[in-house]
Design a protein around this ligand. Structure first.
Ligand code: TEU
Length: 552
């Protein structure tokens, strides 16, 4: 396995809108990130990934870009960005941006031109089709509810949008579009940016003929029609050859429909496409037949199996990404841990899981202090377009809306977008104005300032665990094997290389357990745990205890 900086990196993901506001307008900004660079550096991470900061009408909070080369004034504009890039590098950190190239904003110049006439030079930058029987070209549904087709009377045609109607999909078939995007990528590399996270990159190649979906489950429509289209690997290889391979940068492609079978194709180094991908196998684990807003309990064995299968699929073929949260999902401690009685140990347990698996580790802002989901009393307090559209659809279907509000509490993307909790002050020290999204009331207890001075805080545990991973490369490159897969409460695995062998035990339950596996506990020594050790046997675990043991 070839060693590289990005394989050994821990990446810190920032959702700029919610990170730190320095102007008092209630919206986080780039100067806020600059102000908090010491916090980021103090974690021991290597790379910052910034969610989109480009000019955007913000229909989907920046995932609808109206200018790929302009930094939004809401965030401080180009000057602020240049300063951030410089200061990030001065601190020995790298900066990765978000490339949203499956679609643009409908306010992007290419689209406003494209709309004008069938003969406009930008017409083929997007996907325009005639309707069928007085309706859209086919029965496809968008990620955020409703048809993927929007009618435009100017030319009496429909355009495709997998997300909102303000996010028209680009036509990657058109070589001019590909060239434009490659140029954008190169533009930022020349400025010194260290890589890209590529938004829904799995969706850029559309299926031949745009056939109707014959599947009822949305997830199946994604897999069978939207994702991994016939030319996806051709396009990515082309991007690699045209730009990516010429710079020492990192790439991580995000996308629905990336699975065990096709995942390795994206990241197999010999194919020269991307470095890593984010798959969603563990993130959609609680989606019922009706999708995300029809949640089902997480099956623990399935959860473990996802990590096992991916490690195996990528072994010797590519490199993985390890993450448990992002701006698109509820908070990891609320989802995979216990955010009530066991919030502190379970947040630390999940940190240990992240930092002891094979793959590049991604930590989402706020997870380093164990931020939790929020539960606003009214839908009025929610902002996320996915949540609001799901709400509208549920209303139209006549669902019990009190019950649906409860589902929103569990699943809304806004759970991860509440302002970063810096202190117990008003608005968590995030803004001196009115925050664009209400602060979680628990910021009085859960915040950076309080945890800073507590040696046993989640924050200090992250610092310690990140340093531990860096000091023990076995956790980066070493082999991985899961033990006792059927155990309903314990996630146990070995990590080893020629020099070392470690055993990691996590108790994902509210009960004390003595792990009765056929291994001699005396052959191990406990190196780390998320709680103080009393007179415990090596394989004994309190509720939500995690232990890293070394084979002696
Ligand atoms: O997300 C892609 C994606 O698959 C999401 O729509 C996901 O299904 C959903 O968020 C789960 O709740 C990316 C971005 O991360 C997301 O923020 C954007 O809204 C989306 O693409 C469109 O650009």
């Amino acid at each position: 396995m070839k060693k590289t900086w990005w394989k050994e990196s821990v990446v810190y993901q920032i959702y700029p809108r919610s990170f730190k506001d320095t102007t008092g307008n209630g919206i986080g900004d780039i100067h806020g990130i600059i102000e908090k660079l010491d916090h980021i550096k103090s974690l021991g991470v290597d790379v910052i990934w910034l969610c989109p900061v480009y000019e955007s009408p913000n229909d989907d909070n920046g995932y609808d870009i109206s200018h790929y080369r302009k930094i939004s004034d809401d965030f401080g504009g180009q000057e602020a960005f240049d300063e951030l890039l410089e200061k990030t590098h001065q601190k020995g950190l790298k900066l990765v941006m978000d490339l949203v190239a499956n679609h643009t904003s409908d306010e992007h110049y290419w689209f406003t031109e494209s709309k004008k006439s069938k003969s406009n030079p930008y017409r083929d930058y997007y996907i325009w089709k005639d309707g069928q029987n007085d309706g859209p070209p086919n029965n496809w549904e968008s990620f955020f509810n409703g048809s993927t087709w929007e009618y435009d009377s100017t030319t009496d045609q429909y355009y495709l949008h997998y997300f909102t109607k303000k996010q028209p999909d680009l036509n990657w078939e058109n070589p001019k579009v590909r060239k434009e995007i490659f140029d954008v990528v190169e533009y930022w590399f020349k400025k010194g940016v260290d890589g890209f996270r590529m938004d829904v990159i799995s969706l850029i190649s559309k299926p031949d003929g745009y056939p109707n979906s014959e599947h009822e489950k949305f997830q199946e429509t994604i897999i069978n029609y939207y994702a991994n289209g016939p030319k996806i690997h051709q396009y990515l290889h082309e991007m690699n050859q045209e730009v990516l391979s010429k710079y020492d940068i990192m790439t991580v492609g995000e996308g629905p429909g990336i699975d065990l079978a096709n995942g390795p194709l994206y990241v197999d180094a010999s194919r020269e496409e991307l470095n890593m991908v984010f798959h969603f196998d563990h993130m959609f684990i609680d989606c019922g037949v009706g999708g995300k807003y029809d949640p089902i309990p997480i099956d623990f064995k399935t959860f473990k199996t996802v990590f096992n299968n991916w490690d195996k699929a990528l072994k010797n073929k590519g490199w993985g990404s390890i993450f448990l949260g992002s701006h698109d999902f509820s908070r990891m401690v609320s989802r995979f841990g216990n955010d009530q009685e066991y919030r502190k140990p379970s947040a630390k347990l999940l940190a240990t899981l992240l930092l002891t698996l094979r793959g590049t580790v991604y930590v989402y802002q706020g997870d380093e202090i164990g931020m939790t989901n929020v539960a606003y009393d009214s839908i009025e307090d929610y902002n996320d377009v996915e949540t609001l559209n799901a709400w509208k659809a549920a209303e139209e279907e006549g669902q019990d809306m009190e019950e649906f509000l409860h589902i929103v509490h569990i699943q809304s993307r806004d759970n991860a977008r509440t302002p970063m909790q810096w202190s117990s002050d008003a608005n968590a020290g995030f803004t001196e104005g009115i925050p664009w999204l209400k602060t979680n009331p628990n910021h009085k207890n859960i915040n950076v300032a309080t945890q800073e001075n507590d040696p046993n805080s989640i924050l200090n545990y992250y610092r310690d665990m990140i340093a531990f991973r860096k000091a023990n490369k076995t956790f980066v490159y070493g082999d991985y094997e899961c033990l006792d897969l059927d155990n309903p409460s314990i996630y146990a695995y070995r990590r080893w290389d020629k020099a070392n062998e470690f055993l990691v035990l996590h108790n994902f339950s509210d009960k004390k357990i003595h792990w009765g596996y056929d291994l001699n506990e005396d052959n191990y020594k406990v190196l780390k745990s998320n709680m103080a050790q009393g007179q415990q046997a090596n394989f004994e675990l309190e509720a939500w205890q995690t232990k890293i043991l070394k084979r002696i």
